[in-house]
Design a protein around this ligand. Structure first.
Ligand code: NAD
Ligand code: TYD
Length: 368
């Protein structure tokens, strides 16, 4: 799908050195002629290997927590479109150190909105008409579902972790800048992403790496928490559609797909066992990988179930996920198997050795 963007188009992507942001940057570089400005503080989860050198890629190493640096970066980028993905993104880290989430996700979004508003107000009429600020958020702002129902654009906010509370706050700021200052915004709330180049601290890459290393695979609590898995490239399709064709002021929910259009909801136990059986087929060991699965104490405040109703973005913008969870997961396992050196390098750079994080004194111990 070549992107049809106006000529001399300038896009500012924040968080473009992270997992999803780098996939957005790659797509913009490969499928459009846009100049791409990548604002990122280059934190522990950042890596630019997936982007490489490109004449239209401009890195702006900036922390959004600094209003001055953010302002200078927005002026330098002079964007027609802002796609705001920069955020601290790991729930477990938000339990150990919530302050950074407040600083990056709330203060950072505030600083960006202020700079972008100043930029928007001085644009020529022509450029102002086509300008958009696209805020990328999460379904976790809606809280935790029981066994029935799905999140949609009409669901009330009910965040329950420091991470999701900070993202909810940023969504509210973006809406306020739209209603009060007339900033033309679009918001998307998506489910759990997976795919190549994800920093190995989230469930799927953690399981793959632990299994390959012959280490125990940590399954939090009873393993029956449910997530709705979205392949990262399908998410990028949705983001670019929302950014370029979404209605100003609207929200769009984005979730994944299973085989034959079935939902992409899976319990963590199901996901972990499926990864183990893929590995049993493509990299067999003496004993099945599933023998490494170990129930460990639960995450404090662990949301039980997320599921997304994506019908609005499908109906209004024509978005459809192209990868079923089964295909996407197999491709992801194979990618990690072939990129173990990259995993070692980024883990070492981040000083993270795969140890359990995000437990408090109140965590219930249910291990067996
Ligand atoms: P990531 O952690 O892989 O990348 C985030 C990037 O943002 C990093 O490169 C980091 O350095 C940068 N960043 C963080 N704070 C910053 C700051 N103060 N200034 C500048 N840069 C900063 O995260 P991701 O998985 O790529 O997520 C991207 C966005 O999508 C986030 O806003 C996240 O909340 C949202 N999201 C992610 C998922 C998911 O499953 N990964 C699901 C729903 C929503
Ligand atoms: P995670 O990938 O951290 O995403 P999120 O918390 O944003 O949904 O976790 C996905 C699910 O997997 C969540 O229910 C917690 C669980 N989990 C484990 O069981 N073991 C692990 O090692 C990790 C990282 C997560």
């Amino acid at each position: 799908m070549p992107l049809s963007l106006p000529t001399e188009f300038r896009v500012l992507v924040t968080g473009g050195a992270g997992f999803i942001g780098s996939a957005v940057v790659r797509r913009l570089l490969h499928e459009s002629d846009a100049e791409v400005f990548n604002l990122d503080k280059i934190g522990y989860a950042s890596d630019l290997a997936s982007i490489g050198d490109h004449p239209r890629h401009h890195l702006l190493k900036v922390d959004l927590a600094s209003a001055e640096e953010t302002d200078a970066a927005v002026r330098q980028a002079d964007p027609d479109l802002v796609m705001h993905l920069a955020a601290e993104s790991h729930v477990d880290r938000s339990i150990d150190g919530p302050g950074l989430f407040i600083e990056s996700n709330i203060l950072g979004t505030f600083n960006l909105l202020q700079s972008v508003r100043r930029h928007f107000e001085q644009l020529s009429e022509n450029r102002r008409d086509r300008f958009r600020f696209h805020h990328i958020s999460t379904d976790e702002v809606f809280g935790s579902l029981g066994s029935q129902g799905r999140f949609s654009e009409a669901t009330a906010y009910d965040p329950r972790s420091p991470y999701s509370a900070s993202k909810a706050a940023s969504d509210h700021l973006v809406n306020a800048w739209h209603h009060t200052f007339g900033l033309p915004v679009v918001l998307t709330n998506c489910s759990n992403n997976y795919g190549p180049w994800q920093f190995p601290e989230k469930l799927i890459p953690v399981v793959i790496l632990k299994a390959l290393a012959g280490e125990s695979i940590p399954l939090y609590g009873d393993g029956l928490n449910v997530r709705d898995w979205l392949y990262v490239e399908d998410h990028v399709d949705a983001l670019l559609l929302a950014a370029t064709s979404g209605q100003i002021g609207d929200h769009y929910c984005v979730g994944g797909a299973g085989d034959h259009g079935s939902p992409s909801e899976r319990s963590n136990r199901d996901v972990v066992e499926t990864i183990c059986s893929i590995l049993d087929r493509i990299k067999p060991q003496d004993v099945p990988y599933a023998s490494l699965i170990k129930r460990v104490s639960d995450r404090p405040g662990h949301d039980r179930r997320y599921a997304i109703d994506s019908s609005k973005i499908s109906r209004e913008l024509g978005w459809k996920p192209k990868h079923s969870f089964e295909e996407g997961l197999k491709a992801t396992v194979e990618w990690y198997l072939h990129n173990l050196d990259w995993c070692r390098k980024v883990l070492e750079k981040a000083g993270y050795e795969g140890q359990r994080i995000g437990i408090t004194d109140q965590s219930s111990v249910s291990g067996s």
